[in-house]
Design a protein around this ligand. Structure first.
Ligand code: XMP
Length: 321
């Protein structure tokens, strides 16, 4: 936070005042992903301008298990936010059909996201301001505010090009991630959301290596949900910054029901990091790993092998693609 002297309540009050001022009575549009930043940003704007805020949630089909429904339930029902949910799974799948190159996946998904956003926005009626959940690390990474550029801001979404916005509102621009989480808690968002781990914009598409199909995404989604469930059952969720499953696209010979099977392999990754620039693998309890492996191979037919990724960053990045 730029001004270290103020409390979170004061920050919220001031941020609401400036949102009101900048929106100037006009409609405000926000792309809500269900991640911490856009969720806190939407909750803040909702407090400031109520129904002048419209949010668009795009289900790309690359979300984790139950994620789309949870976002819809929370914001539409619990927060009464004016939310348009756009179920575009088939459209995104079509776009990446046959594509295996990671950067091409990112590019195609990012572009499609903007097109869908524009279409829904234009259907929603007049648009005034665009609300974005940019936070201080995004500003630094983009090389703004006097910082050296580390990498391009790689959130899916970018800027719609077919809509002319009056201005862009970025109320979280000077908050660090932990302050954004605190802001969310103060606004009454559930811990499950404010503590959410980072999730790449292109989602499971860049954890499903090789060709992305509905069937492969379903395998990955189930394996990932089992891994997350066991970590949470063990109470380790707040000690590990990111934990997830990857489908490397490696087929394995195995035995299922006394017969030969030829199925996918899944990899597990759990890392701890202070700054995202470096990361180390977390030493998960062996019993937990055994339980996860047994559950995945039994409960997810189609996966017959589980491996653990112990690579630090560098040289390995957190994501595999
Ligand atoms: P890497 O894999 O570069 O990831 O070590 C660093 C952090 O960024 C997340 N990540 C992404 N986030 N779009 C995003 O919004 C992306 O394309 C993307 N790729 C990686 C990753 O989960 C980690 O937190």
């Amino acid at each position: 936070m730029k001004n270290l002297q103020i409390t979170m309540e004061q920050f919220i009050e001031e941020a609401c005042e400036s949102i009101k001022k900048e929106a100037d009575g006009g409609p405000v549009l926000c792309a809500l992903s269900g991640g911490v930043d856009s969720s806190v940003c939407a909750a803040l704007a909702q407090r400031a301008i109520g129904n002048d805020l419209a949010c668009i949630f795009i289900d790309t089909g690359f979300m984790r298990k139950n994620e789309a429904k949870e976002v819809e339930d929370l914001f539409k029902n619990a927060f009464s936010i004016n939310l348009a949910c756009c179920h575009s799974e088939d459209r995104f799948l079509d776009k990446v059909k046959g594509v295996t190159e990671p950067e091409m996946k990112r590019k195609l998904i990012g572009e499609e996201f903007i097109r869908v956003f524009e279409e829904v926005a234009l259907e929603c009626g007049p648009v005034g301001s665009l609300l974005q959940g940019t936070i201080y690390s995004d500003v630094m990474e983009s090389g703004e505010d006097g910082h050296k550029s580390v990498k391009a801001h790689h959130n899916v979404g970018g800027m719609p090009t077919n809509i002319k916005f009056k201005n862009v509102l970025e109320p979280l621009k000077y908050l660090y991630k932990d302050e954004v989480r605190e802001c969310g808690r103060t606004l009454g968002l559930p811990e499950r959301l404010t503590n959410r781990q980072p999730f790449p914009g292109p989602g499971l598409a860049i954890r499903c290596m090789g060709e992305i199909t509905k069937q492969r995404l379903a395998l990955l989604r189930e394996a990932d949900a089992i891994f997350c469930e066991e970590i949470e059952k063990a109470g380790l969720q707040n000690e590990i910054q990111q934990y997830f499953a990857i489908l490397p696209g490696v087929m394995n010979v195995g035995v299922r029901n006394n017969e030969r099977c030829y199925e996918e392999m899944v990899a597990l990754r759990a890392i701890s990091t202070k700054d995202i620039v470096t990361a180390s693998p977390v030493r998960l309890p062996y019993e937990l790993l055994e339980t996860v492996t047994n559950r995945i191979t039994i409960e997810v037919p189609g996966i017959n092998r589980v491996v653990l990724d112990l690579t630090p960053k560098p040289p390995g990045t957190i994501e595999w693609e």
